[in-house]
Design a protein around this ligand. Structure first.
Ligand SMILES: N[C@@H](CCC[C@H](N)C(=O)O)C(=O)O
Length: 287
């Protein structure tokens, strides 16, 4: 019997980022990538957040984060806000601590029914992104696609927010075919662990428009860690201040790169869509 067969799940979204939440805190279960892909074929999601028993004292749960293609990510800001909403309701708490591959992520209730997740400090050195070769300055690395003398996109900023991001500054995010360009850049040899690819348009010093091609998933309506990475990259180059609103196709996220401890805080909405159960026959081909 498949590990996920017959398990209940919630379908949610964080600012449009499609999230499936599965609660496996009652037992330790191995989840094969083939089962993740089988779920994605039936309940399309950007990330599947799997809650597992807490391992570290003081944490509320440990979390594994899967992309549509079955690969794992160290962080998912919108998904973390979704699981926080589920556990706020269950526990009555206003603050939670989740353990992910990228570290401990605190989540708190914010005003207006919004939820804040503390994504920790950005990592900015070339080998922390990681990149395949050294770059002294990750505010703009040498990388371009298109003709050498008229590149379509070039000189992205790179930031690790628990996962790798490349941010390309453009005049108009709508002017690019991201579904064609995204996979080329996601799999570019400069990114040994692949990368999430963003197009970012600065509206003003407190506002960025963003479109994202997610590693392991594809075009998304919102990506929280990409929004954090974009504001970090913008603030490092004085395009914006350290706090900015990021408008994604699915909604707005508010990002604050806090000066006192270098942590990046992301605040935004979550929505419950429906609850269901993974049908055993979904996994027949995945066995
Ligand atoms: N949607 C997420 C991040 C997505 C993770 C990504 N595809 C990866 O593999 O790193 C977010 O809200 O942060």
């Amino acid at each position: 019997m498949a590990a996920l067969a017959d398990r209940p799940f919630f379908k949610m979204n964080g600012a449009g980022n499609a999230i499936v939440v599965v609660d496996l805190r009652a037992e330790r279960v191995q989840i094969p990538a083939s089962e993740v892909r089988a779920v994605a074929a039936r309940v399309p999601f950007d990330q599947m957040m799997v809650l597992l028993p807490a391992r570290t004292p003081g944490t509320d749960a440990s979390v594994r984060i899967f992309n549509q293609d079955g690969s794992e990510s160290g962080a998912c800001g919108n998904g973390t806000r979704c699981i926080a909403d589920v556990l706020f309701a269950e526990t009555g708490k206003d603050a939670l601590l989740f353990e992910t591959r990228a570290g401990l992520l605190p989540a708190t209730r914010a005003e207006g029914g919004l939820i804040t997740v503390d994504m920790g400090p950005p990592r900015l050195k070339w080998d922390e992104i990681p990149l395949a070769e050294p770059f002294a300055d990750t505010r703009a690395i040498e990388l371009q696609i298109g003709p050498i003398d008229a590149p379509i996109l070039h000189s992205p900023a790179v930031v690790n927010m628990g996962n790798p991001h490349a941010i390309f500054w453009v005049e108009d995010v709508a002017a690019y075919d991201l579904s064609r360009i995204g996979p080329l850049l996601e799999n570019h040899p400069i990114f040994p662990e692949r990368a999430n690819i963003s197009l970012a348009q600065v509206i003003d010093r407190g506002h960025i428009r963003l479109r994202v091609w997610e590693r392991g998933t594809g075009l998304t309506l919102a990506c929280g860690s990409a929004a954090c990475a974009a504001v970090v990259a913008a603030a490092r180059t004085r395009r914006t201040g350290r706090a900015a609103t990021v408008t994604l196709p699915g909604g707005d996220l508010h990002i604050d790169w806090r000066e006192r401890d270098d942590h990046v805080l992301m605040t935004g909405p979550v929505e419950h869509e429906f609850a269901g159960r993974f049908e055993p026959h979904w996994f027949e081909a995945a066995a």
